[in-house]
Design a protein around this ligand. Structure first.
Ligand code: ZN
Length: 174
């Protein structure tokens, strides 16, 4: 349900011409889309102006799941309905997920690598790693962290033991 209706003149009055584009002069949303703060029945609501401008231009109703992309000019702030292209949300996501080097796929790879690297170990885990006779590979599997991380733990580069630090330099052995 969309309680907010605007006219084509209302849109035009808040835009500047830029070639064929009708560029929104007011506030933009996170994706650069034109947004406007409406008050409907005493309740304030921030709306994306793009579908409102589409409707104001007399274009067809959007189907459920359809979003408007700027297929022609790629300017997210443009409100020329002739530059808008109805696309399904699924289609937008499919395009993003199929592109080989998008931020999304890079992000997924980085996150996967970091998850192992940054997995939480406690000082007890670190002591266990140092005391254990198991191989790093066995410990990595057991604790769900990378071998590289456990190697740093064993060398004392990560999670140095605060209780053992008093003896450093005194030649004391545990
Ligand atoms: Zn445009």
């Amino acid at each position: 349900m969309n309680a907010v209706v605007v006219s084509a003149d209302w849109v035009r009055a808040r835009c500047s011409d830029d070639g064929d584009c009708l560029v929104w002069n007011l506030k933009r949303g996170r994706s650069g889309q034109p947004v406007y703060h409406f008050v409907v029945d005493g309740t304030s609501t921030t709306k994306n102006v793009r579908p409102l401008a589409w409707k104001a231009a007399g274009k067809r109703e959007l189907k459920p799941g359809e979003v408007l992309t700027m297929g022609v000019c790629k300017n997210p702030a443009c409100l020329n309905a002739a530059h808008m292209h109805p696309t399904t949300r699924a289609e937008v996501l499919r395009r993003v997920s199929q592109a080989p080097s998008t931020k999304r796929t890079r992000y997924a790879a980085v996150t996967k690598a970091n998850r192992a690297k940054l997995a939480k170990l406690t000082i007890e885990d670190a002591r266990y790693v140092r005391a254990s006779d198991k191989t790093l590979a066995e410990l990595a599997q057991e604790l769900g962290v990378s071998i590289q991380l456990l190697s740093m733990v064993r060398r004392g580069e990560r999670w140095p033991d605060p209780d053992a630090s008093h003896f450093v330099g005194l030649g004391a052995r545990a």
